[in-house]
Design a protein. Structure first.
Length: 419
């Protein structure tokens, strides 16, 4: 079976394409089943703000049907996707998975969130029954490698993430965060990270808005924030100097009209908005308004670049670890090719053993001496085992096939000095 990874990410595709190629968690099981119907024997889908990737086990290594399915599923023309699509197979697919889980392929070098997202993606595929021997082994090995990289390098030594970059940018715009009010929309991992960083930076007031108020309240209890529902956003938007949004909504949550109304209530006091969601939570047109500073996840790249210098050496160490682990994994993959042969050999030898054992048992039942029966059993079994390989080796010798003879000596670990 061939291991293949295909997809798009923040390095190869713009946000406008990535947000159209995401998979809804609620329909992910159906998408996984559809992948297997298109020829993938095993399938896992990783869909995050910065990447959408398909991890597949294929019998014939034909990726065109999966690429076509990916485009059709998202109603995207192939010509639009193809220039931004990458396809990795074999050891390159393994190395890619290891690098992604270790944070080496992230927008923020070494960020830890991607590992949890990969674990969730694999768990969803496992529940859907679309993983097997290849992907099960790949992802378990991937998680182990990521842990090894975290433990043995300083890749995660500094608190650098997209959420951290958003807070850092806010600190540049506002002299003192202690005088500002922040409105966080969503209650997922990214928003929780933003809340943590804001709390550490001494934010003055924090409001958390979420579809489920209970979830917002749980964050509020931890970080001292006021919890509201999304329906209450219009009543609180005008009080927010900073808005950071990251939800799983497929449609924008903040429109141009809502922000215009908030600006009027604020008497056009500037607002800083960061949209970390894919698809976007805030309408693009909001950025056209005066007194509004709107940043998307792609706009944070320059901010992030300043925070990753200390991780470069750690990344090189991580690459060395990954290279060794890829070699180890590919050895296991190659060993799978021998499994059918080993099984056939074992089956053949066991059949010969059973046949000779039955003959020996009948001889003992007839009263023949046990020592004679055992001797005959040993000679007969040895002859039966040796006949096929001996015949093939004699033919190889006659044909001058020294490779096969050498392979036989290695296979049976024969001493080269033996006669």
């Amino acid at each position: 079976m061939h291991l293949v990874t295909l997809g798009i990410n923040h390095k190869t595709a713009p946000l406008s394409l990535r947000e159209r190629a995401t998979f809804d968690p609620e329909t992910l099981p159906q998408a996984l089943e559809a992948m297997t119907a298109q020829g993938a024997d095993e399938a896992t889908i990783l869909s995050t703000c910065n990447r959408t990737e398909l991890y597949c086990g294929l019998e014939n290594n034909a990726t065109d049907p999966l690429v076509a399915w990916f485009c059709n599923y998202h109603k995207l023309p192939l010509r639009t996707v193809r220039p931004h699509l990458y396809v990795h197979s074999g050891r390159l697919a393994v190395a890619h998975a290891f690098r992604v889980a270790s944070g080496l392929d992230s927008l923020v070098l070494g960020e830890p969130q991607i590992l949890g997202q990969m674990k969730s993606a694999f768990a969803a595929a496992h529940r859907a029954g679309t993983t097997g021997k290849i992907l099960n082994r790949l992802f378990q090995h991937t998680f182990s490698v990521a842990k090894q990289v975290r433990t043995n390098t300083a890749i995660g030594a500094n608190a650098v993430s997209v959420a951290f970059a958003a807070v850092s940018l806010a600190r540049r715009i506002f002299d003192k965060l202690s005088n500002q009010t922040v409105l966080l929309i969503g209650a997922g991992e990214m928003i929780e990270l933003a809340a943590r960083h804001l709390k550490e930076q001494g934010i003055g007031r924090m409001i958390v808005a979420n579809r489920t108020v209970e979830r917002a309240s749980s964050l509020g209890d931890i970080y001292g924030a006021q919890a509201i529902s999304l329906l209450e956003l219009p009543d609180h938007l005008s009080s927010a100097d900073i808005v950071i949004s990251c939800t799983a909504s497929l449609l924008p949550i903040l429109g141009k009209g809502a922000v215009e109304s908030a600006l009027k209530a604020r008497k056009h006091k500037p607002m800083f908005l960061v949209d970390l969601a894919v698809p976007r939570d805030i309408e693009v047109e909001v950025g056209d308004l005066s007194d509004v500073y709107l940043y998307s996840i792609d706009d944070l790249k320059d901010v992030i670049e300043e925070n990753i210098q200390s991780r470069q050496a750690a990344a090189r160490q991580a690459e060395t670890i990954i290279e060794g682990e890829v070699i180890q994994f590919m050895r296991w993959v190659r060993s799978l090719d021998s499994v059918p042969t080993v099984r056939a050999l074992r089956s053949a030898t066991e059949s010969l053993r059973d046949l000779e054992l039955e003959r020996a048992q009948r001889a003992l039942e007839r009263g023949e001496p046990a020592d004679q029966v055992l001797l005959r059993f040993a000679h007969s079994l040895t002859n039966k085992f040796m006949h096929p390989p001996s015949t093939v080796l004699r033919e190889a010798d006659a044909e001058g096939n020294t490779d096969l003879i050498g392979a036989a000596r290695a296979l049976f670990r024969l001493d080269d000095k033996a006669p």
